[in-house]
Each structure stands twice: as structure tokens, then as C-alpha cells.
Design a protein around this ligand. Structure first.
Ligand SMILES: Cc1ncc(COP(=O)(O)O)c(C=O)c1O
Length: 402
């Protein structure tokens, strides 16, 4: 006998949206398909021997802690390490400004939970990270989108929008930003625009949510100060993660923010998972304390630059000349635009037939409004496979030109 579940779910469930990326990826189970779709680090580069050794050590020597529940805000040694790392960037930060999370995705979910009531307005970049949009949407946020260009978010348009909302009596709750090597855009917000963002955040009294998983994966160009560094915590809530600088399987991240925000996140986290995994916290902490993080990043950065170069030169060689694409200085993605007569949603099944996959651009818009872009990942595959994948895609695109 089956229950009628429909009328039992909360109204909120009606706002949950499946990730288009996960749905598309589930179609890509043919081993002959070259997937440029996912957003995964190269597993060949994972520092597996070091992690295995540390795991053995923390389990054998201290299982009373590493296999035990831990404090909601994170285990003491990792918190000390994170505080020390953060103090190099932001003066005056203390333990009250930091909480460990079960990676950034939990951070996004908890921030949505503590800030968003149904119908609240949130400003997001367009395009933006699917998982961030999903988290905000599940708490019934209304989205206002601001376009990106090669210099990051268009702060001139943001200012006009904030003014327009103010005239209408609408005060946005948050501005959600991915300033470094944006997912999916691949672009980095300039220092000038970051300063403008801080100014707007103060003038209009709207907190900035700075989601920065990729900042440390810079393989070219100069580092730009983070929003939280520019504002000295202030109005900025910063999400950081070990997923791209160590391994996503650890499921660990941290949030830096004003103590009042951190305290509320702590309460939200108690009901979500009590604490993040103690085991992986001990592993991450020892990994950093023993100096392996720098060594690993020194391996990852040049390897990803080679892959990015392979992707850009293949795009130049095989894509139609009407196409556009970003030139990331770090991170994991290139955002490619195709002529207006090509709909990347419609093209997707044909690309799969040609044994290549990408993520449709529409997935990165709250209302699916862009049909002429695709996100291409360059970190997972080898340079040779990347070139072959781009060749398949380029040849397909050329058959569609009007
Ligand atoms: C912009 C952005 N934020 C957050 C996440 C979530 O990362 P995690 O939960 O693994 O820390 C991702 C993952 O790809 C991302 O690209």
C-alpha cells in the first residue's frame, strides 16, 4: 500500500529544484563520452599517500577524539590553524569569527536558513553557482540578477538596481558573490569593483556573501584582496572550503563573519549535523600543520594551467569564430558563448551522441534565461582528452551555423 505523500510535504519542498547539472551528469554514464561537464578536481593529483598516512596516525593515536563527536564550531586544533591562517589576511579576527562547516554547500544552506524568509530578495550574479541558487531558492528567496563581464559583476548595474529596489521599498537581504574565477563564468572581480561592492554594501546596508572556493587555485596573474579582507570582516560573510585546495571528499569548509552571524550559524548547525566530521578535521589540520598544503598547491596550480591552456588553444582551433569564451587565471571553468541561433539546451543531446558533454548555460540562471552558453571544465581530464572533447564540440557547433 502506498501512502499519498503529496499533501504531507511542507510548502517549502515545492521550491526545491533538482540541480540540472546532477541530472545531466546522470545521463553521462557512457564511458566513451568525454565529460567537460563536472566540477571535479583531478583525482590523479590527490595527495593520497600523505592523507593515508595522516589518517592512520590520527586514528591509531587519538581515536578518542578523531572518531568521536566534536564541538559544533569545529575541533580546537583546526580552529587554531584556521584562525592563524585568517589572521594573516584579516587583522583582529578571533575564534568568535570562525566556524567549521561540512564544506561550503552546508555554509550556503545555513546562511539561507538564517537570513531568508519566504519572498525575501537576494541579489545574485548572472550566471551564478547552481548550488548557491538552490540553497537560496529552497528558502523561497526572490532573485534579482546582475550580469557579469570580463571584470566580474557589473557594479554600475548593481547600483542602479539597489536604487530601484530602494524606491520600491524593497531591501535585499544578501548579495551573493563568487569574486575569484567565478563558477561558471571563470572571471575575477577587479579590485576597483570589489571596493565599489563594499561601498554599496555599506550605503544600502546589505551584507555580501563571498563564496570563494577557487581563490587559492590561481595559476596566473596577481592575487586580488578578498572582500572580507577589504572590509575587515564588516558586512562580509566569507565561505571557504577544503574541497578544491585539498579534497572534496573530506567535506570540510569554514565561514568567517561577524560574531553575531557565526553564533546564529552555530545554532543552525546544531540541528543540521551537530558537528562536522571529527576525523577529516583532524586530517585537514595535520595536513596543514605539517606543511603539505603549500606543496599540494604547488602541484595543482601548474597542472591546471597546462589543462586550461590546452582547453583554450583547442577552443581557438576548433570552435566557430563567432563563439566567445572567458580566459580564466585560475579555478576550473571556461564559460563559452555560441551564436544566438544555437540553443545549448537543445544541443546537449546531440553533443552526447557525439560523445561529449558540457553543462548547459541555462542551469546557472535562477529562471533559466540564457540559452547560448555552456560551462566547460578543464581540471578533470588530461590535456589530450580535453582537446579531443573540444574538437567534437567544435565540429558539432560548426554544423549549426546559419
Ligand atoms: C562557487 C561554489 N561554491 C560552493 C561550492 C560547494 O563546494 P563544497 O561544498 O564542496 O565546499 C562549489 C562547488 O563546486 C562552488 O563552485
Amino acid at each position: 500500500m502506498s501512502q499519498n505523500w503529496g499533501d504531507k510535504f511542507s510548502a517549502r519542498v515545492g521550491f526545491f529544484k533538482a540541480s540540472a547539472i546532477r541530472q545531466l551528469l546522470s545521463l553521462v554514464n557512457d564511458p566513451d563520452v568525454i565529460s567537460l561537464a563536472g566540477g571535479m578536481p583531478d583525482p590523479e593529483l590527490f595527495p593520497k599517500e600523505v592523507i593515508a598516512e595522516i589518517a592512520k596516525d590520527v586514528i591509531t593515536n587519538d581515536c578518542g577524539k578523531s572518531l568521536q563527536y566534536g564541538p559544533t564550531e569545529g575541533i580546537k586544533p583546526l580552529r587554531e590553524t584556521l584562525i592563524k591562517m585568517t589572521q594573516e589576511e584579516i587583522k583582529g579576527v578571533t575564534g568568535d569569527n570562525i566556524i567549521v562547516t561540512t564544506a561550503s554547500q552546508q555554509g550556503l544552506d545555513m546562511l539561507a536558513k538564517i537570513f531568508i524568509d519566504p519572498g525575501d530578495t537576494v541579489i545574485v550574479e548572472a550566471p551564478s553557482y547552481v548550488g548557491g541558487l538552490q540553497a537560496l531558492q529552497s528558502f523561497q528567496a526572490n532573485f534579482v540578477t546582475i550580469p557579469l563581464d570580463d571584470n566580474g559583476i557589473r557594479t554600475d548595474i548593481l547600483e542602479e538596481k539597489l536604487e530601484e529596489l530602494k524606491r520600491k521599498g524593497i531591501k535585499p537581504k544578501l548579495i551573493y558573490l563568487i569574486p575569484n574565477f567565478q563558477n561558471p563564468g571563470g572571471v575575477t572581480t577587479t579590485l576597483e569593483r570589489r571596493q565599489k561592492l563594499i561601498e554599496l554594501s555599506h550605503n544600502y546596508d546589505v551584507p555580501l556573501m563571498e563564496d570563494d572556493p577557487y581563490g587559492e587555485i590561481r595559476f596566473e596573474g596577481e592575487k586580488v584582496p578578498s572582500l572580507i579582507e577589504l572590509d575587515n570582516v564588516g558586512n562580509v560573510i566569507a565561505l571557504r572550503t577544503f574541497s578544491k585546495i585539498l579534497a572534496p571528499g573530506l567535506r570540510l569548509g569554514w565561514i568567517i563573519a561577524d560574531r553575531e552571524v557565526i553564533a546564529k550559524i552555530g545554532l543552525a548547525k546544531q540541528s543540521a549535523d551537530l558537528c562536522s566530521p571529527s576525523l577529516t578535521q583532524y586530517i585537514a589540520d595535520k595536513f596543514i600543520r605539517d606543511g603539505h598544503l603549500k606543496t599540494y598547491l604547488d602541484v595543482v596550480r601548474p597542472a591546471y594551467r597546462v589543462k586550461k591552456d590546452a582547453m583554450l588553444s583547442a577552443i581557438e582551433k576548433y570552435f566557430p569564430q563567432e563563439a566567445t569564451w572567458t580566459k580564466p587565471q585560475g579555478g576550473m571553468f571556461v564559460w563559452a558563448g555560441v551564436p544566438n541561433n544555437i540553443d545549448t539546451d537543445e544541443l546537449f543531446p546531440e553533443a552526447l551522441q557525439k560523445k561529449v558533454a558540457y553543462v548547459v548555460g541555462s542551469a546557472f540562471y535562477p529562471h533559466g534565461e540564457d540559452k547560448h552558453h555552456m560551462r566547460l571544465n578543464f581540471t578533470l581530464n588530461s590535456p589530450e582528452i580535453i582537446e579531443e572533447g573540444i574538437k567534437r564540440l567544435g565540429n558539432l557547433l560548426k554544423t549549426k551555423l546559419s
